[in-house]
Write a protein that binds this ligand. Structure first.
Ligand code: PLP
Length: 404
């Protein structure tokens, strides 16, 4: 059992009040709060190590480079990649997927080729492919889902044809909380010789991820959703694919030799990392991954599962409650509406009670169309949330509902 109250002491922000009420932070799907060790890692690096990485002969530059490359090794271990060559630092999930659309698209996709996504994708895993479609004439195919929020695997199987070049799906839905059966999704794609990109933005903080066990070809995530800093994220890719892809952006770090006649590119992973990286961010990301590893991903998953089960039971007691997403495998995200109360009104009034939830379409408008709604209220739990906070949410919703 985790000592949640002790863990909460690591997160100074959780002790603050808003509108004179204790903060109940249930917007972890959008971003997580940072433990003291993560912020201190950044402060320490800026105060005592700061220097640009990779290019310097001097002491500080070498020390900063060591920290940055040690962070890459920490990420490798965390997701169990084969090699550090497979760990590309990016600005986050969004940039990782844009890199894929750009570089995988250029290497492997031509007019009429297809990428399979699902109806529950975040805009980050839709729009980059649409931009590629506009540039090159590729097409998107969409896996439908059941009313419970589970992907229809039979329909998925039927989407494959000789033009299918990539499958790109979320591991966990940021709206429904559905944990998609990505192992099976990957197995089916591989039977067609099609590689798979997994959007791990909502799985990395909640589930133990092993890219080799999943046999994922690409896996992307953001640091800020796993108690790390904003502005830094990861693209994992199997070396055999990354080797064949052209660079993303041009600039420093990603070259081997530049002349006006001919430029050659650096080896992996640097080929995809143009410009000065956020080396302080990568150190802090590694600190965050070490932090959750020390607690234990299985322990975190168990705690969040218990909290989600409890919350679902309690919320179901509220008259007029409609919960969107009742998949058998569900992460700690609960989207709901109550009666005909607008999601924005519910969110605003909960805020006045100190309860931070997210409202709106959650960057998943195609999913909203599928559900026939404009938006939801979303409560999403992290490792530091408690049953008392679930009770506060339930009491808050009940109070708001009575006002209408
Ligand atoms: N994919 C999913 C499933 C998400 O939930 C999010 C963020 O909410 C993203 C992608 C985009 O992440 P970021 O804004 O950190 O790039």
């Amino acid at each position: 059992m985790l000592d949640i109250y002790k863990i909460r002491e690591d997160f100074p922000i959780l002790g603050r009040t808003v509108y004179n009420k204790p903060l109940v932070y249930l917007d972890n799907g959008a971003t997580t709060q940072k433990p003291r060790c993560v912020v201190e890692a950044m402060v320490n690096e800026y105060y005592s190590v700061n220097a640009n990485v990779h290019r310097g002969v001097h002491f500080l530059s070498q020390q900063a480079t060591e920290l940055h490359e040690a962070a890459r090794e920490t990420v490798r271990k965390f997701i169990h990649a084969r090699s550090i060559n497979e760990v590309i630092f990016t600005r986050g999930t969004t940039e990782s997927i844009n890199l894929m659309a750009s570089c995988f698209g250029q290497a492997f996709m031509r007019e009429g080729d297809e990428v399979i996504v699902s109806v529950m994708e975040h805009h980050s895993n839709i729009v980059p492919w649409q931009l590629l479609a506009e540039r090159t004439g590729i097409r998107l195919r969409v896996i439908p889902m059941t009313d419970e929020g589970e992907l229809c695997l039979d329909s998925y199987k039927e989407l494959f044809n000789e033009r299918t070049k990539l499958v790109s799906v979320a591991h966990v839905s940021n709206v429904l909380g559905t944990i998609n059966p990505v192992e099976e999704i990957i197995r089916i794609a591989h039977a067609h010789d099609v590689p798979v990109l997994i959007d791990g933005a909502q799985s990395i903080p909640h589930l133990k991820v092993d890219v080799q066990q999943l046999d994922a070809d690409f896996y992307v995530f953001s640091g800020h959703k796993v108690y790390g800093p904003t502005g830094v994220g990861v693209l994992y890719g199997k070396e055999k694919w990354l080797e064949q892809m052209p660079p993303y952006q041009g600039g420093g770090e990603m070259i081997q030799h530049v002349s006006f006649e001919r430029t050659t590119f650096n080896e992996l992973p640097f080929k995809f990392e143009a410009g000065t990286p956020d080396y302080v961010g990568t150190t802090a990301l590694a600190t965050a991954l070490d932090y959750v590893s020390a607690i234990g991903m299985d322990q975190i998953a168990a705690h969040e599962h218990e909290l989600t089960q409890y919350a679902m039971q309690q919320l179901d007691q509220i008259p007029g409650m409609r919960i969107f997403g009742r998949a058998r495998q569900k992460s700690s995200v609960i989207s709901f509406l109550v009666g005909d109360i607008h999601h924005f009104d519910m969110g605003t009034l909960l805020d006045r009670l100190g309860i931070a939830v997210r409202t709106g379409h959650h960057c998943a408008q195609p999913l909203m169309i599928r559900l026939g709604i404009e938006g939801t209220v979303r409560a999403s739990f992290g490792l530091y949330n408690t049953k008392e906070e679930v009770d506060a949410l339930v009491a808050g919703i009940t109070r708001v509902a009575k006002m209408f």
